[in-house]
Design a protein around this ligand. Structure first.
Ligand code: HEM
Length: 419
């Protein structure tokens, strides 16, 4: 009996090699997929970026892959990414709803939500509230670390019963628990109309919309807060780590930053975000850190909301789309020094700060990172404040600094230890 089952299994496997998976008509080209596994075995799960680069050289800036049985289109380079995310942004604003994280989040919140009225209302609410509470003010340090490591793996690899995924799944399930306590405390102590933070603002919004068909409710709020914590934790801390390492390994850059900071602040100890306008070189350095380190190399996967086009190809509704942001951040022809750390990438002939069109670490279009303003402010205030007070030096006993990036949804460098 067992022999028969094994034989049947081998037969099905062999059959799957010979039955061709048909791509939709005028779909972008790509390597031949296998049944069930698609092209997964052709991608290095530890770091697929090199494989994507190889496939780009073979098939061009727009090619397709099968992630398991789901077709996905990978977009590379400024032109293709802007055509999809900016010119046809509404067609590409969907999110995939067949991965583990989206099942846990049930499509609520922003990050994992589809492009509908709930997404629009929550996005508008969050952008406005972050502006009111964050931008233009000094930041307090945060002690929240729940979001760490949650997104450090490709969601699509959930096809395999990996321990890592069980771990991520369990972490995601337990993540909301502290939130419910915080929410109960807020409900007990808040004064309507006198919001202290984003949760109070959300509760005010729930009161306002209580009579109508509101999309604002406790579960949506829980997901929204978790998303903000997760999206705003690793991204920022990894960029800071990267900034420190590049400043340590480029002392002349660090010295020039410090000189500019001293000239602009003229003895002032407190720096404000407004000071960035006078610190053109510091801005160039921070942007260059983000460019070379491409924090979120593959953005968040999008899905087409309707049948649409891309660079002459046809993409049916529901196609998974992967914007390869790292390809734009290192694209030849867009940067003076695409493959090396060099703040000159952001300076014009007069030494003034300029932001090239290809600087897309926060992605582009209607789903562009909504924490971009907050992230910029945090990075600027943090880097300037540290450089005002400390000199960062790579220790002689530290060996050769390791600048290689560890791939993940959020990329990072190896941890640094202070001596
Ligand atoms: C260096 C820091 C950061 C980088 C590089 C970054 C980058 C990104 C990228 C590439 C996306 C995907 C956009 C797309 O789908 O095309 C994204 C989305 C998002 N980010 Fe950020 N982010 C950063 C910091 C933050 C912070 C501080 C917050 C919040 C406080 C935040 C909140 C979000 C949210 C909510 C989304 C989902 C937007 C949507 O789907 O509409 N991010 N971010």
């Amino acid at each position: 009996m067992l022999g028969l089952v094994v034989l049947l299994g081998v037969f099905i496997l062999l059959l799957s090699f010979f039955i061709r998976v048909r791509r939709p008509k005028n779909f972008p080209p790509g390597p031949r997929p296998w049944h069930i596994l698609g092209n997964l075995l052709q991608l290095d799960p530890v770091n697929p970026l090199k494989d994507l680069e190889r496939l780009k050289r073979c098939y061009g800036n727009v090619f397709s892959l099968y992630i398991g049985s789901w077709p996905a289109v990978v977009m590379n380079g400024l032109e293709a990414i802007c055509e999809a995310l900016v010119t046809r942004s509404e067609n590409y604003a969907g999110r995939q709803n067949h991965n583990m994280i989206s099942h846990i989040f049930e499509g609520k919140g922003i990050f994992m939500a589809n492009y509908d009225s709930s997404w629009r209302e929550h996005r508008r609410f969050t952008v406005t509230t972050l502006k009111n509470f964050g931008l233009g003010k000094q930041l307090k340090s945060s002690d929240g670390t729940w979001g760490e490591q949650v997104f450090d793996t490709l969601p699509t690899l959930q096809l395999f019963p990996l321990t890592k995924h069980v771990e991520v799944y369990l972490t995601c399930l337990t993540l909301p628990l502290p939130f419910w306590n915080i929410l109960t405390q807020h409900k007990g102590s808040r004064v309507a109309g006198e919001a202290r933070d984003l949760i109070d603002c959300y509760l005010d919004q729930m009161d306002k919309a209580a009579d109508g068909d509101s999309t604002f409710n406790d579960t949506q709020m829980g997901n929204l807060i978790l998303e903000l914590v997760m999206a705003g934790t690793d991204t920022i801390s990894n960029t800071h780590r990267s900034a420190m390492l590049h400043l340590m390994t480029n002392q002349h850059v660090q010295d020039r930053c410090r000189k500019e900071i001293e000239e602009v602040l003229e003895g002032r100890t407190d720096v404000s975000f407004e000071d960035r306008h006078a610190m053109q070189y510091v801005q160039a350095v921070i942007n260059e850190v983000q460019r070379i380190g491409y924090t979120i190399p593959l953005a968040a996967f999008h899905t087409t909301c309707k049948d649409t086009q891309l660079c002459g190809y046809q993409l049916p509704k529901g196609t998974m789309v992967i914007p390869n942001l790292s390809s734009v951040l290192h694209e030849e022809g867009q940067w003076k020094f695409p493959h090396e750390f060099n703040p000159e990438n952001f300076l014009n002939d007069k030494g003034e700060f300029v932001k090239p069109e290809a600087f897309l670490p926060f992605s582009a279009g209607i789903c562009v990172c909504l924490g971009e303003g907050l992230a910029r402010m945090e990075l600027f205030l943090f880097v300037v404040t540290l450089l005002q007070r400390f000199q960062f030096v790579w220790p002689e006993t530290g060996g050769v600094p390791d600048l290689s990036l560890i791939f993940g949804t959020v990329c990072c460098l190896n941890p640094l230890h202070t001596l």
